[in-house]
Design a protein around this ligand. Structure first.
Ligand code: BDR
Ligand code: CA
Length: 313
C-alpha cells in the first residue's frame, strides 16, 4: 500500500512536536504533504516557527510549512504558555530554523491540495484549534467531500475538560470552528482526553526516549520532562498525558485503539460549558452519529511504537 497522504494542522506545543516527529519518522506509512500552523498553545509567530524547528530537528527541512490563521473565527485567542512555556517548545534550546515559511497561507494550501488531489486521498490531522480547517471549509465548500478523513485531537467525554471544567483546550479555543468541522459530514475520528489521559509519560518512558541514543530522543526526553511538571502537579498522576501523537499512532496502528461511532456536538453558547464536546457515548440523544470517538488505548503498545519510530530519525 502506498503511504497515506496527510496534512498536519498544528499549534506546536511539545506534544504536537512529538506527533510531527512520529509522522516524519514513518515515511513508508505516511506522506506528509505539508504542515499548517495555527494559533493555539502559543501565538502563530511561535507555532509557525516551531513547526520548522521540528522539521529541521528531524532532518527533513523539505517538508513545506505554512502559516495559517492567527486568531479564532470569532473570539480572542486563548493560549497555554502555563503548560508549554513562552515559546511553546520550552524545555531544551534548539537552533532557529534556516528553512523559510512557504509564501501561501495555510488555508489556501489546504484548499489547493484537496482540489488538486484525487477525491478521498488526503487525510487531515488537526492537533490544535480547528480554525484553519473550518476556514478552508467555509471558503471552499467544494473541498469538504474531497477529504478522505479527519483524525483529530480534541474534546473529551469522561474526562470532561482541561482548560475549563467542561472543555478541552483545542475545542475551547475555537468552538465555532469545531462546530463547523463536526457538522461538515466528513468522517471524523476523535482522540480525546479520554484516550490521552491514559497515555502518560511516566519517568520510565521519559528515560526510554533518552536511551534511544539520537538527538531526537534526547530532545523528546527534555520536552516531556518539561511539561510533566504541570500535569503531575495538576492531576497527581504518574506522568503527563501525551496528547497529539495519539493521532499519528492511530493512523499507523489503529488496532491500539477502540471507540464508538457516536454523535458529538459542540457547545458554542453557554458561558459555563463553552467548547464542551457533548458526546453521546450512551446513545441516548437519537442524533445521527458523526464521529468515531476513541475511548481506549493500548498505552504500552503506543509508547513502544513511538520509541521505535523516533529511533529511526
Ligand atoms: C491539547 O491542547 C494542547 O495544549 C495540546 O497540544 C493538545 O493538542 C490537549 O488539550
Ligand atoms: Ca496541540
Amino acid at each position: 500500500m502506498p503511504p497515506r497522504n496527510i496534512i498536519i494542522d498544528t499549534d506546536p506545543g511539545q506534544d504536537d512536536a512529538v506527533a510531527i516527529l512520529l509522522a516524519l519518522a514513518s515515511p513508508d506509512d505516511l506522506n506528509v504533504l505539508g504542515i499548517t500552523a495555527v494559533a493555539g498553545n502559543v501565538p502563530l509567530h511561535f507555532t509557525s516557527k516551531n513547526a520548522r524547528v521540528i522539521c529541521e530537528l528531524s532532518g527533513k527541512p523539505d517538508v513545506p510549512v505554512f502559516a495559517g490563521c492567527d486568531a479564532p473565527l470569532q473570539r480572542k485567542l486563548v493560549t497555554a504558555e502555563h503548560v508549554h512555556g513562552k515559546t511553546g517548545l520550552d524545555g531544551v534550546a534548539l537552533p532557529d530554523p534556516q528553512m523559510q515559511l512557504q509564501d501561501a497561507h495555510g488555508v489556501d494550501f489546504i484548499i489547493e491540495a484537496l482540489r488538486h488531489a484525487p477525491v478521498g486521498t488526503i487525510t487531515l490531522c488537526p492537533l490544535g484549534p480547528l480554525t484553519n480547517i473550518a476556514t478552508a471549509f467555509q471558503r471552499a465548500p467544494d473541498i469538504i467531500e474531497r477529504v478522505q478523513e479527519i483524525v483529530l485531537m480534541g474534546g473529551a467525554y469522561f474526562e470532561v475538560g482541561n482548560i475549563t471544567p467542561a472543555a478541552e483546550f483545542n475545542i475551547y479555543v475555537d468552538p465555532e470552528a469545531a462546530d463547523i468541522v463536526f457538522n461538515s459530514g466528513v468522517e471524523i475520528t476523535v482522540l480525546s482526553l479520554d484516550v490521552t489521559h491514559k497515555a502518560l509519560v511516566t519517568h520510565a518512558r521519559v528515560d526510554a526516549f533518552g536511551a534511544i541514543g539520537n538527538r531526537v530522543g534526547e530532545v523528546v526526553a527534555s520536552w516531556t520532562h518539561f511539561f510533566e511538571r504541570f500535569d503531575i502537579a495538576k492531576y497527581g498522576s504518574a506522568g503527563a498525558p501525551l496528547h497529539d501523537p495519539t493521532v499519528i499512532a492511530y493512523l499507523l496502528q489503529p488496532d491500539l485503539f477502540t471507540g464508538r461511532h457516536i454523535n458529538v456536538e459542540i457547545e458554542t453558547q453557554s458561558e459555563l460549558t463553552l467548547g464542551m464536546t457533548v458526546a453521546d457515548w450512551w446513545g441516548v440523544s437519537g442524533r445521527q452519529p458523526n464521529a468515531q470517538f476513541i475511548g481506549t488505548i493500548n498505552d504500552d503498545g503506543f509508547f513502544d511504537l513511538l520509541t521505535r519510530r523516533l529511533a529511526l530519525l
